[in-house]
Design a protein around this ligand. Sequence first.
Ligand code: ADP
Length: 378
Amino acid sequence: MSVTQQQVLDSLSRIKSPRGVALTNANVLSTISASDGKVFFSINVDAAEARAWESVRAEAEAAVRAIPGVTTAMVALTAERKPGAAPPPPPTPSRGTPGVQPVHAHKPPQGGASPMARQSEIPGVAAVIAVASGKGGVGKSTTALNLALGLRDLGLRVGLLDADIYGPSVPRLTGLREKPALNDARKMIPLRRYGLAIMSIGFLVEEETAMIWRGPMVMSAVTQMLRDVEWGELDVLVVDMPPGTGDAQLTLAQNVPLKGAVIISTPQDLSLIDARRGLAMFRKVNVPVLGIVENMSYFQCPHCGTKSDIFGHGGARHEAEKLGVPFLGEIPLHMAIRASSDAGNPVVDSEPGGPHAAIYRAIAGQVRDQLKGVIAAA
Ligand code: ADP
């Protein structure tokens, strides 16, 4: 049974807002996305009002969940602070089924505190690392998955979180599409494939739906995917970050206790400039940059194996040296990587004895070496 926007609006019209009018007349609702029984929207209020609205968020989520045919309801409370305004009081964290929680629900910063004060470790997870890129289409997700598999091959317990809310690609790269089940504590149980614990916003929403999410909503969804998931005991959780270096990425880096970041770049100058921005962003939030990977570094002919430097290969290595960060390796542009990746058979898993798997494992080895202290301590 499909659920319409109108049905959602009808149920929300019965909820009273703190402004004394119906929720639907309070001018706070984002576009409502309703497809396939999954309903998503945000309530956008000023940060100073956030506490008063938390119960309304919970009420709205419960009301939507009660509509026949609704399988998933996620309502985010996004509280944007006006320039110069005092920080908002912490809202009461809500309980219950997975739904996007308020942006400030996890350790909100107190006045004057560093933004890093929001961070807290994920129980059972020794190291959370980010795989980032300055822009989309450079092979960030492909590299994140193969890096996770390389770490697995080194004997580590590894998870993969696809936090690329603007375009989650892990469902495509892994062939996984099921909705995660909930455990008794109502935490989502990550899906398992290739020996990895895998979670993606793409398991919860349609890809088109994810595209329309706004920054603050992205943040709360990602935070929740980290914390409302039963990750179990992991040595490394690899987070496939959204591309770019906007506010969304900065806030994410401030909220998530990252032990390091791997930056993916192609050799072209433009993407190197973007990669430099990524680097600056991680440094700003004190996340150690584990290194730069040059993806699509050179073209390798699938027939004769000849290498051609059609993109001015080596730019990232040079850039890494200049910036004083480790250079982790070069991955060729190769049909086998593309074809295996797009068919849900990442090359490290499908051709473990091949040359590409060896490259990813070598990169994973350098990452593991840099995380050794953290992993050993756990
Ligand atoms: P991003 O996450 O940066 O948007 P993806 O990982 O989705 O990028 O990769 C974009 C496309 O490029 C995909 O079709 C993927 O299979 C392909 N791709 C990524 N890395 C390589 C590579 N080294 N060789 C060939 N194709 C690649």
